[in-house]
Design a protein. Structure first.
Length: 388
């Protein structure tokens, strides 16, 4: 039998495997326990399969069962080879026994094996795979030209051959990817502009006026920080799903949920900008006959511009990343990046998930860089204006 002959071939190379095992600090006893134990398990599976399994691609299970009167219809269960691949994640202390113990039943069942060895002893497992290929003679266990050996080390991080654009091509071939990016950017812009204006109004009312109830306004604006995003998503779903006007199923309901979700962060970020502006500047404007709106536009807003830009950028970033509220409010036409990212992950597409995460990171990095440049320019322009 093929597996039995493989075990016999590996036995001839036990001394080589012992020596390689010693490079990882193993004693001779440890090496023999791993190597001889792995080969023994391999031969044990081969013997059991030889005794109990037929030399066929199917296995009859149980007796023939009558399915109709008079024995005109009968049936019998049969077992066939599995489909798929057996993926192994092996420990560092069993670089030979671990792979062989899992390889034997998988190979007998007709399933190919993908071996992921531990980094510390990966070279020993790699040599084991080479011996499996070399020791088969006329038998072909694997395609010799198509047998990858993956060893994780620092040098592989700088090997350009380890990288490709296949996952990026796959995600951008999906029309949902482009749609989710457009939707996420649009929702982020709405959230940043509307939420920034609302946060500016709340912050100005709380810190620059003496309006009765301003402390209550501050408290209400801070309350959403204690409410999970999932709860806010469900609340907006129930609040708007039965109200006429068509708000549910649009990007606006997502933006409104994000504004409510992240209003505390924005208001607190703007508070420092308001507290840095001395009240005498506004009082001087009022003495000159300026109204409140004119004073805000000519005095407060230019001085608080870096903080306003930073707050709107924060809102945009948080809106792009938010998942909890989006799960209950998105539709097929309003899917955003965070929801599609979760969809890739739950589908087992780890490569696509990583690629799409990188796209999101680059998008947010470019936005944050541009916002920092605008904030510095605004600050420098304000200093130059004060000097003049």
């Amino acid at each position: 039998m093929l597996v039995e002959s493989l075990g016999a071939a590996l036995r001839e190379h036990r001394d080589e495997l012992y020596a390689l095992s010693a490079r990882a600090g193993s004693t001779l006893y440890d090496a023999k326990f791993d190597v001889d134990g792995g080969i023994g398990v391999l031969l044990s599976y081969a013997s059991k399969a030889k005794r109990e399994l037929p030399n066929e691609v199917i296995l009859a299970e149980g007796a023939v069962e009558p399915l109709g009167k008079g024995g005109a219809f009968v049936g019998q269960h049969i077992l066939t080879p599995l489909r798929g691949v057996a993926v192994q994640i092996n420990a560092f202390n069993f670089p030979v026994w671990g792979p062989l113990e899992k390889f034997a039943p998988a190979f007998i069942a007709g399933v190919p094996s993908l071996v992921k060895p531990a980094t510390q002893t990966a070279y020993l497992t790699a040599r084991l795979v080479e011996l499996i290929i070399e020791g088969q003679g006329d038998y072909v266990l694997t395609a010799k030209g198509n047998q990858p050996t993956l060893c994780e080390d620092i040098a592989s991080l700088f090997d350009l051959r380890q990288y490709s654009l296949v996952h990026f091509n796959a995600i951008f071939d999906n029309p949902l990817t482009i749609r989710s990016i457009y939707n996420a950017v649009e929702v982020g812009l709405i959230t940043a502009v509307v939420g920034g204006a609302l946060a500016f109004a709340i912050g100005y009312t709380v810190h620059r006026t003496h309006v009765p109830g301003r402390r209550l306004i501050d408290l209400i604006a801070t309350l959403p920080v204690a409410i999970p995003g999932l709860v806010i998503g469900v609340a907006y779903l129930w609040a708007w799903i039965g109200i006429p006007g068509g708000l549910y199923g649009t990007l606006w309901i997502l933006a409104l949920a994000f504004i409510a979700r992240f209003m505390p962060d924005t208001v607190k970020a703007l508070s420092t900008s308001f507290l840095q502006i001395h009240r005498e500047l506004e009082e001087a404007a009022w003495v000159c006959g300026k109204g409140m709106l004119t004073t805000i536009a000519s005095i407060v807003l230019p001085l608080a511009r870096p903080g306003v830009i930073a707050s709107m950028t924060l809102l945009f970033v948080l809106a792009i990343r938010e998942l909890g509220s989006s799960l209950f409010l998105y539709t097929s036409n309003t899917m955003v990046m965070s929801v599609l990212l979760l969809d890739y992950y739950e589908g087992g597409n780890i490569g696509k998930t990583a690629a799409f995460s990188l796209v999101q990171t680059v998008l947010l990095g470019a936005l944050i860089g541009g916002a920092n440049w605008l904030a510095r320019s605004a600050a420098q322009g304000g200093v130059a204006q004060r000097i003049r």
